[in-house]
Write a protein that binds this ligand. Structure first.
Ligand code: NAD
Ligand code: MG
Length: 298
């Protein structure tokens, strides 16, 4: 790779400081319709064998952070089960192509993880398709801004908790019997867990819950040799933001208030997940790796 993640360079200018147009997509927004394009490491992520032969289930693997993690894992030698919604098939197919090019076995499992029965089926099909499982990345997420609590519908509150929290619980519970010692679970939380935006009360609450779930479960599973950790992204340019993840007029400024002065690209998250998935992080448990352009966290 000509410009891979190991090239010494200035993080301020490694990626362009984008000024996205105000744009709208119905949920779930797709990468295919996103402008400017997000960078998932297609042309840059270089693997060095850190996950050779591993078997990973990644939710939300069709786009954004999950897609970047999938590409990185495949190039590190892992086989991948991809979870995403049926309407995201086009994005999923594009990412699957990169995984196959890297030599990975790819299992595509579209469906709605807020449905408990499907969450269980997802794990069964991943285990069957990959011949086992030793990495679980709970990354799918729902984020819809609302200016006031009065405007936050009950069904949105419910659905945000279903996708971000319940699905993580169901999928993790279903996966546990299949995970051998050495396995790793990585949950995607957010800077919103520590700095909740006034317009993301429901979403931020799910992310704080994910942090507590991660830290509690990590202690429970450590004696079994299963490590649980989390990654907390800051503002990352992904489809989530254009399906009312943010107000339209906030999109041009997205990420510019970070100390780095720009939004992050999905591929900048990937090395954090690779580190936590790999045996090299054997003594790292219940940790939250913040990847947020420099915003202070507790
Ligand atoms: P994204 O839209 O690319 O990914 C979210 C994915 O969630 C979708 O691709 C979709 O496949 C999946 N999903 C949503 N509802 C689902 C459902 N009911 N069933 C199955 N799959 C479903 O956006 P992203 O920003 O890459 O989001 C990935 C994770 O990162 C989310 O958990 C999000 O909360 C978190 N995060 C994102 C940012 C950011 O700035 N983009 C910041 C902090 C945390
Ligand atoms: Mg998507």
């Amino acid at each position: 790779m000509a410009n891979d993640q190991y090239v010494f360079q200035n993080p301020v200018t490694r990626f362009e400081s984008i000024t996205p147009d105000e744009q709208d997509q119905p949920e779930p927004a797709t990468d295919a319709e996103l402008t400017p394009k997000a960078d998932h490491g297609e042309e840059s992520y270089r693997g060095t064998g850190r996950l050779t032969g591993r078997r990973a289930l990644i939710t939300g693997a069709d786009s954004g952070i999950g897609a970047a993690v999938a590409i990185a894992f495949a190039r590190e030698g892992a086989h991948i089960a991809m979870s995403y919604l049926e309407s995201e098939q086009k994005d999923a197919n594009r990412i699957a192509g990169y995984l196959q090019d890297a030599g990975a076995t790819v299992v595509q499992i579209p469906g709605d993880i807020s449905d408990r029965a499907f969450a269980n089926e997802l794990v069964s099909r991943a285990v069957e398709g990959l011949g086992g499982l030793d990495i679980l990345v709970n990354n799918a997420g729902k984020q819809i801004f609302r200016e006031s609590l009065e405007e936050l519908p009950d069904d949105q509150f419910d659905e945000t908790f279903k996708v971000n929290v319940y699905a993580m619980f169901w999928i993790t519970k279903a996966a546990l019997p299949h995970l051998p010692a050495g396995s790793t679970i990585i949950n995607t939380t957010s800077i919103e867990a520590y700095q909740p935006a006034p317009i993301l009360v429901d979403y931020a609450s799910t992310k704080a819950t994910i942090n507590a779930f991660t830290k509690g479960l990590s202690q429970q599973l450590a004696p079994k040799g299963i490590r649980v950790n989390a990654v907390a992204p800051g503002p990352i340019w992904t489809p989530l933001q254009v399906s009312d993840g943010q107000p339209k007029d906030a999109l041009p400024e997205f990420g510019k208030s970070t100390p780095l002065g720009r939004a992050g690209q999905p591929t900048e998250l990937a090395p954090a997940y690779v580190f936590l998935a790999s045996p090299e992080s054997s003594y790292v448990i219940g940790e939250t790796l913040n990847v947020n352009g420099g915003m202070p966290t507790p």
